[in-house]
Design a protein around this ligand. Structure first.
Ligand code: FES
Length: 166
């Protein structure tokens, strides 16, 4: 079963807060992604559609539209580099290449062990502070320079080690 009873109940508990079940979709996706390793698997999409009584394609469209949802497995630190116009003009492509060199993965890939993944994303809505990088759903890193990347990655590694008590 793709969703645990607890997760289904958590989603069902949202129904009374909205005029119709389909309005719970974004909340349900956040819950599922939080509890299922940072992404929404195909069987979860089907399960959410069933719970909300909507077509699975409606769920899939929302997952693929919003950069905060993922339809594939991502790393514990998922680095999203905006490569839309303003960010590209201010060096975002170089940031992607820099992360490829530091982490040894290309956009869409994950490091062995799943610590990091990198993805190019569309406009994050902070064009005035381009180029912009976002780690998971944390606040944007703005005006990011190539020289910032090594310390960014090192800081994330330190934080992860501290979190697991290494
Ligand atoms: S183009 Fe990158 S934030 Fe808008």
């Amino acid at each position: 079963m793709p969703l645990s009873h607890e997760l289904e109940n958590r989603i069902r508990a949202e129904f009374p807060k909205y005029p119709e079940k389909r309005a719970v979709l974004l909340t349900a996706l956040h819950f599922v992604q939080e509890e299922q390793g940072g992404w929404v698997a195909p069987d979860c999409i089907l399960a959410i559609a069933g719970l909300l009584e909507i077509d699975p394609i409606d769920v899939k469209e929302v997952v693929s539209f919003y950069h905060m949802f993922h339809d594939h497995a991502v790393g514990q630190s998922h680095l999203q580099v905006c490569t839309n116009l303003s960010c590209s003009m201010r060096g975002a492509r170089g940031l992607v290449r820099g992360l490829e060199e530091i982490l040894g993965v290309r956009p869409g890939e994950m490091t062995p062990g799943g610590e990091f993944s990198v993805e190019e994303v569309q406009c994050l809505g902070s064009c005035g502070s381009a180029p912009v990088v976002q780690v998971n759903n944390e606040p944007f890193l703005e005006n990011v320079a190539l020289a910032d990347l090594k310390s960014l990655v090192a800081g994330l590694q330190t934080r992860r080690r501290a979190a697991v008590g290494e």
